[in-house]
Design a protein around this ligand. Structure first.
Ligand code: F3S
Length: 61
């Protein structure tokens, strides 16, 4: 699994960082996925973070 945060869309609400800090961290005002690929163990939390983003800035592939 791969997670990408669209920096143009992210409003910096921080929900993804709260849900899965192992994968998402703030870089400046926006979140960034810091693990590529996402480890199997963190796939569920990563998907949950993507689903929870209010502006749908996280793309999972
Ligand atoms: Fe940004 Fe969405 Fe995370 S707005 S901080 S990518 S939950």
């Amino acid at each position: 699994m791969k997670a990408i945060v669209n920096a143009d869309t992210c409003t910096g609400c921080g929900i993804c960082v709260d849900i899965c800090p192992e994968v998402f961290q703030f870089v400046g005002n926006v979140a960034q996925a810091i693990l590529d690929p996402v480890p199997n163990l963190l796939e569920e939390a990563t998907s949950q973070a993507a689903d929870s983003c209010p502006v749908e800035a996280i793309k999972i592939s």
